[in-house]
Design a protein around this ligand. Structure first.
Ligand SMILES: [Fe+2]
Ligand SMILES: [Fe+2]
Length: 129
């Protein structure tokens, strides 16, 4: 479902490597969510989404360090977007997922991946250009 295609490549090795990992975590979440043979699916999803959150925050730090190192002019708008997304991540609360957990978790996953992959395509790809 989620895979880092060439369209998403920035040409910056460290950034591409971390973006690839973000896609991999998203893919793992998708696979777990849609695998009917996993008994403790919910706990698994909580773990994977926590991992996605943690990795995203670390990635933003690295990306911002890189932008600083090359004196990238649009670093400010990048930082604003990163910060806004971190705030959104903070309010994602899986404990509120009750009625239809699978659908709710899929919605959360879709929301996070839409944002992340759009950001890569429209913002990160401009870094260094
Ligand atoms: Fe990025
Ligand atoms: Fe970014």
């Amino acid at each position: 479902m989620y895979e880092l295609k060439d369209d998403y490549l920035t040409g910056i090795e460290l950034i591409d490597k971390e973006h690839k990992k973000l896609f991999e975590i998203a893919e793992e979440a998708y696979q777990v969510l849609h695998n009917d043979y996993i008994a403790d699916k919910y706990d698994n999803m909580v773990d994977i989404l926590a991992q996605l959150k943690e990795y995203t925050i670390m990635h933003f730090e690295h990306e911002e360090q890189y932008m600083e190192s090359i004196g990238y002019k649009k670093i400010f708008s990048q930082k604003v977007q990163h910060q806004e997304f971190i705030e959104k991540l903070e309010v994602v609360d899986l404990n509120e997922v009750d009625e239809n957990p699978e659908e709710a978790i899929q919605d959360i996953l879709t929301f996070l991946t839409d944002w992340l992959f759009n950001h890569i395509l429209h913002m990160d790809k401009q870094i260094g250009k």
